[in-house]
Design a binder for this molecule. Structure first.
Ligand code: 13P
Ligand code: SF4
Length: 347
């Protein structure tokens, strides 16, 4: 692969942590956000990895808390003229591509994703040019420009189904950007997949040896793993799946304890779904661990209450998502194919 950019060795600067707020400040911000949402005909669309107080606010105000696929669906179908997307930038971009007539605000446009950062459009396009015989499937965690180069967009909740389908048509796949998810899908389907080598800095940190030790300490616990995690961690799982699939698995499995290997933001909705079960964080520490994220995405953490107020009050270049019309049209096609395919799966 002749690339100027090497996603495997790329290091991304982390954003500063949001300032801690007092209880009184939080209450003040919550009141302001509720008023601003009403005044601006806006609804919150939040990801499971945002902080629990943000998820609770989305629920209380009639918004949604969901995985990236459901966020896209909810935002495009909701009648509000403004969407306040609490997540990372690709989620806001996806909302804008699907609903160009809506105003898409984000608490901060600096909420990145290491998968998106690890797949710059020009290097990726060159990679695609080298493999013209392959169907290009990109994960939703990419920029609009990368989506515009793809035949399909996919999220982790339908990745195995889609690749199975394409494989049954005899298609060879070029997959980007997550190497762990790409390898997982290849193993599940047996499809011919050539993978871009990006990774999620959160899931990449789950540690196999430490997880084995934890399983020994909690022998009755089930292990739930997001497929953005390393193979050896996936191999220890009782259930592997997207965020929403892991919540379903927590309900389905009979175990009273669950060791959960994904961003700890998911504990808020998972605990609601299984109030009587004990949820334990899978270890990110262990021999050789650097643990910079410690199971919480630093960019998701930027979606604080103060930032949401700023987004709703200020809008403009600091907060409003814009996607150029030509780019939007090109990125819409693979996104719509994803939504049509997902609707056919009747989930
Ligand atoms: P889901 O598609 O499972 O929500 O995961 C997307 C993701 O990694 C968000 O950070
Ligand atoms: Fe990206 Fe990982 Fe953060 Fe999700 S958790 S937004 S995949 S860096």
């Amino acid at each position: 692969m002749s690339l100027m950019f090497d996603p495997e060795s790329a290091i991304y600067p982390f954003p500063p942590k949001p300032a801690r707020l007092s209880a009184a400040e939080k209450a003040g911000y919550r009141t302001r956000i509720k008023r601003l949402l009403r005044e601006q005909d806006a609804v919150m669309v939040a990801h499971y990895y945002t902080d629990p107080e943000i998820q609770a606010l989305a629920e209380e105000t009639g918004g949604c808390v969901a995985d990236s696929l459901e966020m896209a669906r909810f935002g495009s179908q909701h009648p509000a003229s403004t969407l306040l997307v609490a997540g990372v930038r690709f989620m806001g971009e996806t909302a804008k591509i699907l609903s160009p007539e809506k105003r898409i605000l984000m608490p901060t446009l600096y909420a990145e994703c290491s998968l998106d950062l690890g797949c710059p459009a020009d290097a990726f396009s060159a990679f695609c040019d080298q493999h013209p015989d392959r169907t290009v499937v990109v994960y939703a965690n990419t920029s609009a420009a990368v989506k515009a180069r793809a035949d399909w967009v996919v999220t982790s909740s339908i990745a195995v189904d889609l690749i199975e389908h394409l494989d049954s048509l005899g298609e060879k796949i070029l997959w980007a950007p997550d190497r762990h998810l790409g390898r997982y899908v290849a193993r599940q389907t047996g499809a011919d997949i050539l993978c871009w080598q990006g990774a999620c800095i959160v899931h990449d940190e789950f540690k196999t040896q430490a997880l084995q030790n934890m399983k020994a300490l909690f022998p009755g616990a089930a292990v739930l793993v997001h497929p953005e995690s390393p193979q050896a961690v996936v191999d220890l799982a009782d259930a592997v799946g997207s965020t929403s699939q892991l919540i379903q698995a927590a309900k389905r499995l009979p175990h009273a304890q669950m060791i959960v290997a994904t961003d700890r933001g998911i504990f808020y909705k998972m605990q609601q779904a299984v109030p009587d079960k004990e949820l334990l964080e899978a270890p990110t520490a262990g021999e050789g661990a650097t643990c910079r994220s410690c199971a919480h995405c630093p960019w998701m953490a930027m979606n604080g209450l103060a930032a949401i107020v700023n987004g709703l009050e200020q809008g403009g270049i600091e907060h409003e998502i814009q996607v150029a019309p030509g780019l939007r049209t090109a990125a819409l096609r693979p996104l719509e194919r994803m939504l049509t395919f997902a609707a056919g799966l009747k989930r």
